[in-house]
Design a protein. Structure first.
Length: 340
């Protein structure tokens, strides 16, 4: 039986369609480890999971394991390296030794208070060789930041309207921020987040720092406070969305593209989630507590007195591993380019 050109073309077209259909229909499920319940912090990965599921017709799914379903929060990087999970959140301050370069984000009084600067600086630093090397050690790659807001303090008693007023105050502040507060004469405590309410209520703690405003309201510190800082912006942290490099390498190209193309939307959704909470929380805090707002001159003094000494110490401590000053400079260049 003769086969016409039309038949041949139709046959080839059908074969190609069948091949593409098979590729598009490849079933992939990733396990992504997180801690706690659904909240503003988890918005970015939730948006990504929704995008890839819809974009793949349900064939590529990211299964979100809340409340340490798949891995302990302090062991997420280990679990990625062991190929027990395909992605996770991790927080740099949980284990500084595992991610020394990522600790740049926890240095005090860096200009990361503006959302635009925060997004751009973090995205740039994720591509820096030092931070990539941190992740290489765990067979991981950083995808997006959860863009934790700047910390602010809520406290009891006399509000600290000057730098000197912090002397002797018992404060909950960790990492570089804790070091900075000690420079100011405050007494640093290591109270866990869930213990802060009771400590402030009983008067054994004067002030606590949390990502503003959502974490303070989540832990109800406003219920036992008299004042809050509005613009101190003393520091933040980094708890990124990271993927297994091995899982990424196995992912079909069309699914990789779905993730890559969603990046800007993930960043935007994360910021919008925090902004939505601030719109609700800030009026409530202002109505209940006394706001403490520092002048530009005071903020510069905070940075000079309590910021730079901590930065310099961190750079010196890590000079054998990476150029810490270079990482700090990326943040300042980004801020200057944005006019901040």
């Amino acid at each position: 039986m003769k086969c016409t050109r039309t038949c041949i073309a139709a046959a080839l077209s059908g074969a190609l369609a069948a091949f593409c259909g098979t590729a598009a229909a490849q079933k992939v499920e990733w396990k992504f480890s997180m801690w706690g319940k659904q909240r503003a912090f988890t918005k970015g990965i939730e948006v990504l999971a929704d995008k890839v599921a819809k974009g793949s017709g349900g064939n590529f799914t990211i299964r979100l394991g809340y409340a340490e379903t798949f891995s302990k929060d302090r062991e997420n990087l280990d679990s990625i390296k062991l190929k027990a999970i395909d992605g996770a959140h991790f927080c740099n301050f949980y284990h500084p030794g595992k991610n020394p370069a990522f600790m740049v984000f926890s240095l005090p009084f860096l200009p990361l208070g503006d959302w635009d600067v925060s997004v751009k600086a973090r995205n740039q630093l994720f591509k820096h060789p030092a931070l990539m090397a941190d992740m290489d050690n765990w067979d991981a790659v950083a995808y997006a930041s959860t863009l934790l807001p700047q910390y602010e303090f809520l406290g009891k008693g006399a509000p600290p309207t000057t730098l000197a007023a912090w002397k002797g105050k018992r404060v909950r502040a960790g990492g570089g921020l804790g070091d900075a507060m000690e420079v100011l004469g405050a007494i640093k405590t290591t109270t866990t987040a869930t213990e802060v309410y009771t400590a402030m209520e009983r008067g054994t703690m004067d002030a606590a720092s949390f990502p503003f405003t959502y974490a303070h309201v989540a832990y109800k510190t406003h219920e036992v406070s008299d004042w809050f800082t509005t613009n101190m912006s003393p520091g933040t942290a980094e708890c990124p969305i990271v993927f297994s490099k091995a899982a990424w390498a196995k992912l079909p190209a069309q699914y990789q593209k779905l993730i890559t193309d969603a990046k800007a939307e993930v960043d935007r959704a994360q910021v919008e989630a925090y902004e939505a909470i601030d719109k609700k929380n800030l009026p409530m805090l202002r109505a209940k507590l006394k706001p403490v707002t520092y002048t530009p001159a005071q903020l510069e003094e905070f940075q000079r007195v309590a910021g730079k000494p901590v930065w310099d110490k961190w750079v010196e401590e890590n000079k054998g591993r990476f150029n810490g000053q270079e990482l700090i400079d990326v943040i300042f260049r980004t801020a200057r380019a944005a006019g901040r």
